[in-house]
Design a protein around this ligand. Sequence first.
Ligand code: IPM
Ligand code: MN
Length: 373
Amino acid sequence: MVTYRIARIPGDGIGREIISAGSKVLERAAELNNFNIKWDDYDIGADNYIKSGELVSEDTLEEIGKCKAIYLGAFGDPRVKPGILEKGILLRLRFHFDQYVNLRPIKLLDGVDCPLKGKKPEDINFSVVRENTEDFYVGIGNRVKKGRSKDELSVVRSLYNVKFNLDIDTEGSEIAYQLGVISRKGAERVIKYAFELAKRNGVKKVNAVDKANVLSDIYSLWREVVEEVSAKYPGIEYEFNYVDAVTMWFVKNPEWFKVVVAPNMFGDIITDLGAMIQGGLGLAPGGNINPEGISMFEPIHGSAPKYAGKNVANPLATIWAGSMMFDEIGKPAAGKQVMDAIQKVINQKKTLPQDMGGKSSTSQVGDAVAKNL
Ligand code: IPM
Ligand code: MN
């Protein structure tokens, strides 16, 4: 029997509870499909950072690199300044393993309450393919005030002074900047993934998101690449959508969308909106995918420190993320079985978590899904 070594990183807050519920489901599904999972546990996150000062070491990354995939909970802790764990661990993992696709299904399951009046499961069923390594996430930026080095001042002056005539040498004036970067290769690979996904699913249109009417340097390259890639997919059309308009249409006409491809930051924003129209963050999974490498699966919600240790969080997003992991490692039958079991538990209405109007605990919901496999 084949054994898959999977790195398991619960992280902070409710991470431990949801990953434990998810693991049980995945172990049972593996058993039913004649393969084994061997978990490689990594205790990285806030506790470890506070104790040791370390976020994630090179050695750890190397070890994780020997695994088939990564199953991840959530990061974020009130004891640690915002951004440290998110950038130092979550984004570090995404970048290190070059997981250039962040695949986020926006799918309203049958029997789930939708905040959009009159919308049914057949109206809300699409995928957002979020670019996951570039754009405003590249980490190039700074705050510059008087007294900074001459080099830095001259860089900033060349970027901004020309346009705005800012007098940054004057006491009391300060500017901050953050650069968005898109590479032709980086855009190409994620846009190609979106078109391939459309082709695989018999979808006839890809919606490409940007803000090319204002951020015209960065997103004109994005558009050019969409046009070039689409030329290789004759049966599939594309449409350019401005991100502000997309937020409106996700709410008004979600049935228009099947495959959406978006730059990193806009993809981040519109998938939180997507999570709401599919019934809430408790039901929104994501896969950080490197089709040629090691992919990582997680719920898109955060660590919800308020609920940590209370066994009340909804584990369904995490279980769903596990189903995506099975698809990606070449076990789609097991993946489908997990999804079917989630759907059954929702339809039975007996064992629902609190955020879905039920009374069941995290572990009870996980056990119910495992039992329904
Ligand atoms: C997400 C999160 C992360 C992101 C944060 C925690 C760095 O919001 O996965 O969507 O911005 O990508
Ligand atoms: Mn986000």
